[in-house]
Design a protein around this ligand. Structure first.
Ligand code: DGT
Ligand code: CA
Ligand code: ZN
Length: 591
């Protein structure tokens, strides 16, 4: 039975259905708790590695955290009838197109309902018409500015849609599945080596699929064992040494198998990138070599050299080993030839984290739990940079609350052994470039990060003016998530990265690589450019809970893709040396 017939819906199908229920309920003004229950179910189904329908049919759905009787009943109903009566009723009540309108930045459920009821907007095109005809400005709480803003958001929406519906997923959401599949491969008899390759191995921020390679003398056996893994929903294609499959999370998986003696050749080929491989082949050709996924053919002799390891592939071409994350045809082959590849920064080089939140604003843990988690990770220092007052909805700190928080942080620091706890702020850069807190408040802090959280649609000139003003403030030590992108959800605002880097050098301000897996901002490319221009980077987690310290690893990955070394990153220094920068009044990094 295929996974698509109603009786055995795939996990992504179930996730969509429950997300749709959650969306309609928010249009309906239902209680946040009820909405959250469906949202959580959708997220659980979307990421669960084995079949949810199968689990439900065995009566084991409620063993999963967050699945109560209401959710279970609906899953079973959907499996039995192909419908959920509760959802069908909701669908009758609202035009379908409203769900997309609700996703548009700046809209949300309340406003969507409002434009539907008072301006007859039923879908995105209807919204566009209403904006153009000036009918949105008459809706209570909206105005001409809103119309312009919505038109820009619609344009961005269409541009994204035109780019193709190719779904790329965050590296962090795919990696655990890939690791599980590799582990499963490694224990199949005859398998001597297995890895994931492709963009995942190159540490790209987003990936399209999972590429797997394995070494074995019995590919048929390996493919058979792989096909029946509980993570694999279906096998689409099957050759003698390769197969294409799909996981229960809807992710494509390509598996290729070679003899152990050629494993290095295959791993190198399948890791890519395609651009790197093309450049490598060109380089090899000029020297008379030929490379394939099975061997390297020597010039003159024509001898075929198989490589069990990847290092042998590069060595056989007279090149230093090129780490996967540098394989993007960005000068790495020339550097490998010249012996000048960078000595890339590593996670263990980071001594402190300078951007984390607590439950004083939108964090989910208190100061102490965050500090303990940081200490657990081996960090020497941790600086709290909670939000400032203009983000009132999440309890942004007023000067008064900031003072109280500083006291709490000082008391914690005195109490805790083994980690230095510092007081900072992520101060908002307001739409006119002023900072959200007065200088005398900022002066009391150990460290100040300035970030943009509003006015994303402003023209470049205006954005740069805001950043310039902020960076010229003597208390500001760093710019947080400098381009504001949210991967797959929001384009960066109009930042001129070159000018930003120059400004960073001129004012001695650090530029952050924010390690949140959906930010990774600066990007590798921007960070590389900025560092080349003399700027200094800080790599921070932007953690909102203890588990988020994992973001430091993602930040390091992005930095490595950007060729960064320890000397390019300020928080590889002990705090006293970093603080020294500040004391030297010129606010200049010491690099
Ligand atoms: P993705 O999947 O879009 O996130 O990016 P990749 O790099 O994983 O691309 P994918 O999955 O299409 O292919 C995996 C690797 O296989 C790729 O990085 C290099 C190799 N490869 C695929 N197609 C070609 C090709 O046409 N030429 C060369 N030289 N290599 C290729
Ligand atoms: Ca891939
Ligand atoms: Zn922020």
């Amino acid at each position: 039975m295929s996974a698509n017939v109603p009786h055995m819906p795939s996990n992504p199908d179930l996730a969509l259905v429950f997300q749709e229920i959650a969306d309609y309920l928010s249009l309906d003004g239902e209680s946040p708790y009820r909405i959250l229950a469906y949202k959580k179910a959708a997220a659980l189904f979307a990421t669960h590695p084995v079949s949810i329908a199968d689990r439900a049919s065995r009566g084991k759905l409620r063993e999963l955290a967050g699945v109560g009787p209401a959710i279970e009943a609906k899953v079973l109903e959907y499996m039995e009838t192909g419908e959920i009566a509760f959802l069908e009723k909701l669908r009758e009540r609202y035009p379908e197109g409203l769900l997309q309108v609700m996703q548009l930045p700046g809209m949300g459920p309340k406003k969507t309902r409002l434009v539907w009821e008072s301006a007859g907007v039923a879908d995105l095109r209807g919204l566009e018409r209403a904006c153009r005809e000036g009918r949105i400005r008459d809706v209570p709480g909206m105005g001409e500015k809103t119309e312009a803003k919505l038109l820009r958001a619609l344009e961005a929406w269409d541009a994204r849609a035109a780019k193709g519906a190719e779904l790329r997923r965050l590296h962090s959401s795919v990696e655990p599945q890939a690791v599980r599949l590799v582990e499963a491969l490694r224990v199949i008899p005859t398998v001597t080596a297995a890895d994931y390759a492709g963009s995942l191995r190159r540490l790209r921020a987003t990936v399209r699929d999972i590429d797997l390679v394995a070494a074995s003398t019995d590919p048929a056996l390996v493919m058979k064992a792989f096909s029946i893994l509980p993570e694999i929903a279906e096998v689409d294609e099957h050759g003698d040494t390769k197969l294409a499959a799909r996981t229960h999370t809807g992710l494509g998986v390509d598996l290729r198998i070679v003899d152990p003696e050629s494993y290095g050749n295959l791993l190198q080929h399948f890791t890519g990138s395609a651009d790197h491989n093309v450049a490598l082949r060109g380089y090899a050709q000029r020297l008379g070599y030929k490379i394939s996924e099975y061997h390297v053919e020597q010039p003159t002799s024509g001898r075929l050299v198989t490589c069990a390891t990847e290092a042998e592939v590069y060595a056989s071409l007279g090149l230093d080993y090129i780490p996967p994350e540098l394989r993007e045809d960005q000068g790495e082959i020339e550097a490998a030839e010249a012996g000048s590849l960078p000595d890339l920064i590593e996670l263990s080089d980071l001594r402190g984290d300078l951007h984390v939140h607590s439950d004083w604003t939108d964090g989910r843990a208190d100061l102490e739990d965050m500090a303990l988690a940081a200490r657990e990770r081996g960090l020497e220092y941790l600086c709290f940079c909670d939000h400032s007052q203009s983000l009132a909805m999440i309890g942004g700190l007023t000067p008064e609350r900031l003072l109280t928080q500083i006291e709490a942080i000082r008391a914690l620091d005195a109490r805790l052994e083994g980690i230095r706890v510092l007081a900072g702020i992520e101060v908002d850069i307001l739409t006119d470039g002023r900072l959200d807190l007065p200088d005398d408040a900022l002066a009391r802090l150990d460290y100040v990060t300035a970030s943009i959280h509003s006015g994303f649609g402003q023209p470049q000139e205006k954005i740069m003016e805001r950043l310039t003003k902020a960076m010229r403030n003597p208390h500001v030590r760093a710019v947080g998530h400098p381009t504001g992108r949210l991967i797959g959800r929001r384009e960066p605002y109009e930042v001129d990265v070159e000018a930003l880097a120059q400004l960073a050098v001129e004012t001695g301000t650090y530029l952050e690589i924010n390690g949140s897996p959906d930010r990774l901002d600066l990007t590798a490319e921007a960070a590389r450019r900025a560092v080349a221009l003399g700027a200094v980077v800080v790599i921070c987690s932007d953690a909102h809970s203890p588990g988020d310290f994992e973001n430091l690893r993602f930040g390091i990955q992005e930095a490595r893709r950007g060729w960064l070394q320890t000397r390019d990153v300020a928080n590889t220094l002990p705090w006293d040396e970093m603080a020294g920068d500040q004391a030297s009044s010129a606010k200049k990094p010491r690099f």
